[in-house]
Design a protein around this ligand. Structure first.
Ligand code: PLP
Length: 490
């Protein structure tokens, strides 16, 4: 590594990316390429001789950018946001530039210590109960994804339980979620070895806004006990993927506590909003859960990947996940003076993720971070208002955060054709609308299917999005709806 060449090339990359952001709106938001497009553009094998960065960057522009879906575009309203920021990108650059592998404290003390510090800072901002902070006997760790966080917590309580009941009873362990819980729970439970037959899906309804009903959970648990099964783990969600619904933590945790079930609160998207006091009531009852996670790479201006996991009892986690190979033995670990984060996660190696979170927290400060979140929420309120003024559309569930769920109203479609008496046809029409909008490349949005109904999700959170982007997006949606309703073959 030649530092002067690194400086020269590094500046080129920063300039390239700055130009990308300056021009980002000229690209179709959702990539319009066909599968296999890249194979036709790049050589069959790696070059034998070095090629200059300038040439490689030309190829990135010509061949890669068309194959990129521009998540940072101000016109990106799909999935949940992956909100980048200058501070997040620069923090990532620092972390990548140092390229340390902080598996234990001695392998890079700053990586470990900064991680513990920012997790307590962030926990305090969220108003998480003291018991989740290092200062209160709990603690936090940065992992890659929510799925990993769920897996680590399931494995923790699985092992705890098996020590009590014996490994021969493994097949009796039961995991609970709702029909709105993210599918990563199922994946995590599967990897943890939970029998797929013992994965309980508690149904939700429109009447309770697609939240988990405590009574239904209670009945499912009682039924399992009657059957000789062992209730183990419950995932409650703060901000479900399809509709951003919030499960009632307090009553769910109370039931779980009665039966000794570990509760993990998945706040992957909406957890970030809890830095604003007006959203902290959604955390009511979290003191009775066991673990809590959110993805700072979704709505907290930190680049992928950055899943923040807090646990009340770190010793339970480390008991399940610790390894102690000879090659990593060192005095600090043996004297029990330090945290070795390799024992809080799946892998041994780990990145210096805390740097980017630290840069985000310091560069913005709490007040600005709250205002950024609020600005997205206010834009979503504005969008909701636009929908409410057009009677052809209906809002599917009340908005809670910065995502609005809507669709073309079945009543309007029924006036166009009697075939829309069938929900299936209404769904198809709304799916056609989404496809038509996305293929224009002007904006990008995605859908969900909830209780059999196809809904269009409009999620605001890209750092470059302003009110005028929301207004233009609404015009795009209306134009495509007009074309399909009045000119297209319905
Ligand atoms: N949980 C919720 C509520 C989500 O919305 C998502 C992704 O959107 C996930 C979990 C999965 O997160 P990850 O990809 O970090 O595992």
């Amino acid at each position: 590594l030649d530092p002067e060449e690194f400086r020269r090339q590094g500046h080129k990359i920063v300039n390239f990316l700055a130009d990308y952001y300056q021009n980002i709106e000229q690209y179709p938001v959702c990539s319009q390429v066909n599968p296999g497009y890249l194979q036709k553009l790049v050589p069959n094998s790696a070059p034998n001789h070095p090629e200059p960065l300038e040439k490689i960057l030309e190829d990135v522009k010509r061949d890669m950018i068309p194959g990129i879906t521009h998540w940072q575009s101000p016109n990106f309203f799909a999935y949940f946001p992956s909100s980048g920021s200058t501070a997040g990108f620069l923090g990532e650059m620092l972390s990548v530039g140092f390229n340390v592998v902080g598996f234990n404290w001695i392998s890079s003390p700053a990586a470990t210590e900064l991680e513990s510090i920012v997790m307590d800072w962030f926990g305090k901002m969220l108003n998480l109960p003291h018991c989740y902070l290092f200062s209160g006997g709990g603690g936090g760790v940065l992992q890659g994804t929510t799925c990993e966080a769920m897996l680590c917590t399931i494995v923790t309580v699985r092992d705890q339980m098996l020590r009590k009941i014996g490994r021969e009873n493994f097949c009796k362990l039961v995991v609970y979620g709702s029909d709105q819980t993210h599918f990563s729970l199922k994946k995590a439970a599967h990897i943890a070895g939970i029998d797929p037959e013992n994965f309980r899906v508690i149904p939700t309804t429109k009447a309770n806004e697609y939240t988990m009903c405590p009574k239904s959970l209670h009945l499912a648990v009682l039924n399992d006990i009657k059957e000789g099964n062992i209730p183990l783990f419950l995932c409650a969600t703060l901000g479900t993927t399809s509709t951003t619904s919030v499960d009632p933590l307090r009553p769910l945790c109370e039931i779980a506590k009665t039966f000794g079930i570990w509760v993990h609160v998945d706040a992957a998207y909406a957890g970030s909003a809890c830095i604003c006091p007006e959203f902290q009531h959604f955390l009511d009852g979290v003191e009775n859960a066991n673990s809590f996670s959110l993805n700072a790479h979704k709505w907290f201006f930190s680049t992928l990947d950055c899943c923040c996991l807090w646990v009340k009892d770190p010793s339970a986690l480390t008991k399940a996940l610790s390894t102690n190979p000879e090659c990593l033995r060192n005095k600090a670990t043996e004297l029990n003076q330090v945290i070795d984060y390799k024992d809080w996660q799946i892998a041994l190696s780990r990145r210096f993720r805390a740097l980017k979170l630290w840069l985000v927290l310091r560069s913005y400060g709490v007040t600005n971070l709250r205002n950024l979140i609020r600005s997205h929420v206010n834009m979503a309120k504005h969008f909701e208002g636009l929908i409410a003024m057009d009677t052809r559309f209906e809002i599917f569930v009340p908005r809670k955060f910065a995502m609005v769920c809507f669709r073309i109203s079945p009543l309007v479609l029924c006036r166009v054709s009697t075939k829309f008496d069938h929900e299936e046809e209404v769904n198809k029409f709304n799916a056609k609308l989404v496809e038509s909008i996305n293929s224009s490349g002007k904006i990008y949005l995605t859908h969900g299917v909830v209780g059999g109904t196809y809904i269009i999700r409009f999620a605001i959170g890209a750092s470059l999005t302003h009110y005028w982007h929301v207004d233009i997006a609404w015009k795009v949606i209306q134009d495509h709806a007009n074309a399909l309703l009045y000119q297209g073959s319905v």
